[in-house]
Structures are given as structure tokens and as C-alpha cells.
Design a protein around this ligand. Structure first.
Ligand SMILES: C[S@@+](CC[C@H](N)C(=O)[O-])C[C@H]1O[C@@H](n2cnc3c(N)ncnc32)[C@H](O)[C@@H]1O
Length: 208
């Protein structure tokens, strides 16, 4: 049977290891990303992250949604009662889709492979869904989550299970704890792309 388009794009995303290639991939995927991932592959990470955010974040706090993509998580957060949501992403085309939803206060471009151009200690809550994994954003980039977060702020993130198996995410998380940057509030494996048989580790971190 022919591979569906979402699955083909997902496999391409997993194989790409550079930022320019990633930008091009998402420029061509933005229009059909939502249906390709949810209907095509059963993507549920945004729902799991929104549920965890409702449990572990204060709904009155502004949330920064990193790698917000087309905004499916922003919509789910809004449905859970979060009112102030900002989004950042590499891809202008994905951001344009998110903008159409009207659920984000501010949206802008950011490359997560580099230290974020965000004032240190200014972010009160953060979500990051569907980007740490087997492709361009790996364990070495987890450290970039720390500087923008203020003491006590929480980050709710997913780590794609395929990436978790193949790359030293566990060691990178341990380093964040050992270095006194974060403590772990929650961890658990849950569905991610069930039709592709891929789960994810979901983690809630709290900044020291
Ligand atoms: C699989 S999508 C997830 C989007 C959204 N969070 C969701 O759950 O539907 C990955 C997103 O990460 C973005 N991305 C890829 N590389 C990035 C990078 N280096 N910096 C920031 N965002 C990146 C892509 O543009 C895309 O929107």
C-alpha cells in the first residue's frame, strides 16, 4: 500500500538534520499538516500536552508555546481555559496557519537549535509539543529551555519515543537535574502517533 502523505512527510522530517531542510519541509506541509497528522496518523500529542498543562500549569499564567506549528496545541489550551498564549516556530508558513486561528496573543519566529532570543527569566509557563525527537531538535537542545524560564516556571514537553530510544535524551534530562536547572514534576509515556505505532515521553519540568 502506498505511504500516505503525512507519513511520508513525517519520515522525511525524521531524516532531516538541518534547519534549512526543516524550514523547506514545513513550508510545503503547512496546508495539510493538521489533517495529515491527526486523521492520517492519529496524532494526539497536542491533546496530551493540553491535558497535562491543565493539570500542572496555572491557567491564568501566560503560556509560551514553542514550535507551535499550525496552532493545534494553542486551540487545545484555549479549550482548557488558558487565555494568554504566545507562540514561536521556525516556519513562517506554519505560523501563518496559527495566526488564522486567533488563539495566540503574539506569534514569532525562533530557531530552537540556537539559544533563544528571549529575555532571561521572563517566561512563566512553557509548552513544547512534537519537536524533541529523532530529527533536528535533539537532546543537546533541551538546555535552551532553561534561561528564558523564571524560577518556579514549568515546562510541559513531549519527546518522541523513537527519538527517545535512539538518542541520549535521558542523559540530557539527568544533566538538567544534576546541574540544578530543573526538577521533574511528572513523567509518563503516552500515545503520540498511534497509527504509526509511535508513543512519546511526556515530561513536566520546573525551573529552579
Ligand atoms: C511536528 S510539528 C509540531 C507542531 C505543533 N507543536 C503540533 O504539535 O502540532 C514541528 C514544528 O516544529 C517546528 N520546527 C522545526 N524545527 C524547528 C526549529 N529549529 N526551531 C523551531 N521550530 C522548529 C516546525 O516548523 C513545526 O511547526
Amino acid at each position: 500500500m502506498a505511504e500516505n502523505k503525512g507519513s511520508a512527510n513525517k519520515n522525511q522530517a525524521y531524516a532531516i538534520s538541518d534547519v534549512e531542510g526543516t524550514r523547506k519541509l514545513y513550508a510545503g506541509w503547512a496546508d495539510t499538516y493538521d489533517s495529515d497528522t491527526t486523521e492520517g496518523m492519529g496524532y494526539v500529542a497536542h491533546k496530551v500536552i493540553a491535558d497535562l498543562s491543565a493539570e500542572f500549569l496555572d491557567k491564568g499564567t501566560p503560556v509560551l508555546d514553542l514550535a507551535c506549528g499550525t496552532g493545534m496545541l494553542g486551540t487545545a489550551l484555549r479549550e482548557h481555559g488558558f487565555s494568554i498564549i504566545d507562540g514561536l516556530d521556525l516556519s513562517p508558513e506554519m505560523l501563518a496557519k496559527a495566526r488564522e486561528l486567533g488563539v495566540y496573543r503574539n506569534l514569532g519566529e525562533l530557531d530552537m537549535t540556537q539559544p533563544y532570543d528571549i529575555e532571561a527569566g521572563s517566561v512563566e509557563a512553557l509548552t513544547c509539543c512534537g519537536i524533541f525527537g529523532p530529527s533536528v531538535i535533539g537532546p543537546e537542545h533541551l538546555i535552551h529551555l532553561a534561561p528564558p524560564l523564571k524560577a518556579g516556571a514549568r515546562a510541559v514537553i513531549s519527546i518522541n519515543g523513537k527519538g527517545y530510544e535512539e538518542r541520549p535524551f535521558e542523559e540530557a534530562l539527568e544533566a538538567l537535574f544534576d546541574d540544578g536547572l530543573f526538577r521533574e514534576i511528572y513523567r509518563g509515556f503516552n500515545d503520540y502517533l498511534p497509527k504509526e505505532d509511535i508513543d512519546a515521553l511526556y515530561v513536566v519540568l520546573e525551573r529552579f
